[in-house]
Design a protein around this ligand. Structure first.
Ligand SMILES: Cc1cc2nc3c(=O)[nH]c(=O)nc-3n(C[C@H](O)[C@H](O)[C@H](O)COP(=O)(O)O)c2cc1C
Length: 314
């Protein structure tokens, strides 16, 4: 029987397969671990953590939309100290270092958020001491944080600056997570690369709004929220394709991935790995069916190595 290589290289870190979870849609896997073995994932990407606890936005902060959802959680999180003990502690106990036939363990990508440069620096500095954090994903693109996130994420100069500040102090490879809420995402991707980013992840949610006509009121207390789910998938594929052409660093593609075919589109557009987000709310095991579906595709098309698919459409 031919073996089909599923492992990929993400800025010097080997992943057993190219499928991971999207930040904020999986916690740190604590609840999901009762549905499946987390050791099957390429990587677990944790919910955004900040140096101090954040309360998040007032409720209601999620609502359904056609083929998607809006959220305005506002990056609620318990802060670094609780996260390090509870979440990284759980992942340390749960993930085996050399699991499965590939001999490669599931990696941990810690998503970081901040209101200011100082807050990012504080959190990244603390993470340098955490052995279980294999890579950092820096969220400069959350549309729900008024004091900073979106400002950093939409201005190329700001992106280059925050990236270089973080790159200098980070012990782990730095993945910059980009906002789609810009005119030309390739300008932002190039700025992150110029600042020294090791990889990019895209896309975060697209800013949207829903009005409850019966109540004549906004559906979300925050008025606007981030749109995610299948509705944004074609936008995400287009942006991954454009950025893969514009930069030399690897890209993690996400946005509306629900099936292996959706993930394969991302790889073919130029992504090295993919993240499954909103779809996990509907079916907790979506990431696993995406992994299995990619393997079946390799078998059906007699492709020996998943890396042959990366950027294969020109
Ligand atoms: C409820 C919710 C919470 C999220 N929280 C975060 C977060 O903390 N940090 C972050 O970088 N992205 C966050 N995101 C964005 C997702 O990681 C992802 O980029 C986006 O939802 C697009 O992928 P999807 O359509 O597969 O969900 C969140 C998304 C949702 C739906």
């Amino acid at each position: 029987m031919t073996t089909h290589n599923m492992s990929v290289d993400l800025c010097g870190v080997r992943l057993k397969n190219p499928v991971m979870t999207a930040s904020g849609t999986f916690g740190s896997g604590i609840e999901f671990s009762s549905f499946f073995d987390l050791n099957r994932l390429g990587a677990v990407v944790t919910k955004g953590v900040s140096s101090v606890p954040w309360e998040g936005n007032p409720t209601p902060r999620i609502c359904e939309t056609p083929s998607g959802m809006l959220n305005a959680i506002g990056l609620q999180n318990p802060g670094f100290d609780v996260f390090a003990k509870r979440d990284l502690g759980f992942l340390e106990e749960t993930l085996r270092p050399d699991e499965g036939s590939s001999g490669i363990g599931t990696k941990v990508i810690v998503n970081v958020c901040g209101h200011s440069e100082e807050e990012y620096v504080d959190c990244v500095t603390k993470l340098a001491a955490e052995k279980r954090a294999d890579l950092l994903e820096i969220n400069i693109s959350c549309p729900n944080v008024k004091e900073g996130g979106i400002a950093f994420g939409t201005d190329p100069k700001g992106v280059e600056r925050i990236t270089s500040v973080i790159r200098k102090i980070a012990r782990q490879p730095v993945i910059m997570k980009l906002s789609p809420n810009v005119t030309d995402i390739t300008e932002i991707a190039k700025a992150a690369q110029a600042g020294g980013a090791d990889a990019l992840s895209m896309i975060n949610t697209l800013t949207g709004m829903k009005i409850d006509v019966e109540r004549r009121a906004f559906a979300l207390a925050n008025k606007t929220g981030g749109l995610s789910g299948p509705a944004i998938h074609p936008v995400a594929v287009r942006m991954v394709y454009q950025c893969a052409k514009a930069v030399q660093i690897p890209i993690i593609g996400m946005g509306g991935i629900r099936t292996a075919a959706d993930a394969l589109e991302m790889l073919m557009a130029g992504a090295t790995a993919v993240s499954v987000g909103t779809a996990s709310f509907h079916d907790q095991t979506t990431a696993l069916s995406v992994i299995d579906g990619i393997r079946e595709y390799l078998e059906r098309h007699q492709i020996a190595d998943v890396r042959e698919l990366i950027g294969c459409v020109e």
